[in-house]
Design a binder for this molecule. Structure first.
Ligand code: PLP
Length: 222
């Protein structure tokens, strides 16, 4: 069995969908998984996503999963399937503006800092609560908030990773009850990567972002 079919088989008993994280890997490697049926891919850099979008079949759903600078939103707004890495209200504002220019509504996730280690990007739980307490749908009609995304600490300590995932799940449940109970599309908890996706799925992940387990190790020297 290919790595893709093995992983899909594993996930088939769960509600989690697979985002195949193709960053640093060539178009041919993505095409090979496409030919096996995979349609959902994730990239973390705009300058890499745009040429891949142009080169590959147009029914691929592309998720942006890395930090996004406001001045780059315009390059992906016409086609991006989801922006999982909303880490400021300024960015949300810009996504709304560019989506409006394209006549689109762009699904987004709020990226939450869940790692106990110091991480660069992501909103604190307090910031997410404050954002969600506003009427985001009215303020940003060209953005659709579908849920939360988080990254656990890079550690072998499974207890810590579980605790961080549980924190994201608890925040999701809290926001769902408080602000999104009547919003069916607020349903995504994006967590879990190659090393920790089984744990993430156990805790309630609906989107796992798996790269190296599918594509092999990344070579950043290229
Ligand atoms: C690279 C990346 C992944 C995938 O990481 P792997 O360990 O290769 O599975 C997932 N999420 C984000 C945000 C990433 O940047």
């Amino acid at each position: 069995m290919s790595p893709l079919s093995t992983l899909l088989q594993e996930l088939s008993a769960t509600p989690a969908r697979l985002v195949a994280v193709s960053k640093t890997h060539p178009v041919a490697a993505i095409q090979a998984f496409y030919d096996e049926g995979q349609r959902l891919f994730g990239e973390n850099r705009v300058q890499e996503l745009v040429p891949k979008y142009e080169a590959l079949p147009k029914d691929i759903e592309w998720h942006l999963i890395g930090h996004l600078q406001t001045n780059k939103v315009k390059y992906i707004a016409p086609f991006v399937g989801m922006i999982q890495s909303i880490d400021s209200e300024k960015l949300l504002h810009e996504v709304n503006k560019q989506a409006e220019r394209c006549g689109r509504v762009i699904p987004c996730l709020l990226q939450v800092k869940i790692a106990e280690e110091d991480t660069k990007y992501g909103l604190s739980a307090a910031e997410v609560r404050a954002m969600a307490a506003q009427d985001l749908a009215a303020t940003y009609p060209h953005v659709r908030i579908d849920g939360l995304m988080g990254m656990a600490t890079f550690t072998d300590d499974q207890t810590q990773v579980r605790r961080e995932f549980e924190r994201l799940k608890a925040l999701f449940d809290e926001l769902k009850a408080a602000h999104f109970a009547a919003v069916p599309h607020f349903k995504e908890i994006s967590m879990g990567m190659s090393d920790d996706y089984p744990l993430a799925v156990e805790v309630g992940s609906t989107l796992v972002r798996v790269g190296s387990k599918l594509f092999g190790a990344r070579d950043y020297s290229l």
